[in-house]
Design a protein around this ligand. Structure first.
Ligand code: A2P
Length: 274
């Protein structure tokens, strides 16, 4: 699996399995992570808020793959920030996952007025040695500016909603400037938008004998992002990882960039409340 170097020198596989609403039951979540690992995924992204850390941790532990080969991410939820239970929330996630260490711990959403203090708590967790890297999710430029004024550690990633209908130019440019890797959630647009029906993606796909989903995922990799498509279906998991035998041209990338409509399927980061 192709990797990228984070700003602390640690490598991250450029494609991972997203797990928000991955499956209805714990057993199905477990099965989906096992099939993804069997298919070659080595990066699994979860969050306390997804309420699936337990089956995901179990799937990772049962896989027979050595822990160091799998990049595991989870995230700190906003209500734990508001109630000043950051350390406890981290310990609960670790206990749910049943792992000795985490590869990446993210602040799931910025909490108004608490962006910098949350980051200090994250830095303390990092100092404990149980988390290799810390980063952000859903942070806008103004949140990152606020945070970086006081930060000792520069976040390694910012995981944001990003797909061809929401290319997030401003956040991406800022992250590139600060050496923060952009991670794309809902890269296929989730189930709310008909992104997979886009003619541009179909046409580009025909050139390489690839599906629209594979074109979008490769667009992420070629733009330097880390991407976490979600699928509970083994065939689609395999399809989504089969993107390392072709590359888009600069022209293809520009055509896909042009599909942007600034269309969010999720909430705006300034509007979330906990
Ligand atoms: P499923 O789990 O049945 O495969 P996103 O990661 O953008 O949130 O999108 C995930 C959604 O897209 C899921 O509903 C998933 O359904 C579906 N999906 C995942 N991979 C593909 C694919 N290769 N082609 C079409 N739909 C896909």
């Amino acid at each position: 699996m192709l990797t990228r170097k984070l700003n602390n020198g640690i490598k991250i596989p450029v494609l991972g399995l997203g797990t928000y609403r991955l499956a209805r039951t714990d057993e199905d979540s477990y099965r989906a992570v096992r099939t993804a690992l069997d298919a070659g995924y080595r990066h699994i992204d979860t969050a306390a808020f997804y309420f699936n850390e337990k089956p995901i941790g179990r799937a990772i532990r049962d896989s027979g793959i050595s822990r160091e080969e799998i990049f595991v991410t989870t995230k700190l939820w906003g209500s734990d920030i508001l109630s000043n239970h950051i350390q406890e929330a981290f310990e609960t996630s670790m206990s749910n996952l049943g792992l000795d260490y985490l590869d990446l711990y993210l602040v799931h959403w910025p909490v108004k007025g608490k962006v910098a203090s949350t980051w200090h708590a994250m830095e303390k967790i990092h100092q404990s040695g149980k988390v290799k890297s810390i980063g952000l999710s859903n942070h806008l430029v103004h949140h990152m500016e606020e945070l970086l004024r006081e930060a000792t550690i520069v976040p390694v990633v910012n995981q944001i909603e990003l797909h061809p209908y929401l290319t997030q130019k401003e956040v991406v440019d800022y992250c590139n400037q600060k050496n923060i890797i952009v991670q794309s959630w809902s890269p296929l647009g989730g189930s709310k938008i008909p992104l997979m029906q886009e003619d541009t993606l179909k046409e580009i796909g025909r050139k390489y004998d690839k599906s629209p989903a594979q074109v979008v995922l490769r667009w992420n990799v070629d733009r330097g992002f880390v991407v976490i498509p979600k699928s509970s279906n083994m065939q689609r998991q395999k399809e989504n990882i089969a993107i390392f035998d072709f590359q888009l041209t600069a022209e293809d990338i520009a055509l896909i960039d042009k599909l942007n409509k600034d269309y969010r399927t999720g909430i705006h980061p300034d509007k979330i409340s906990f």
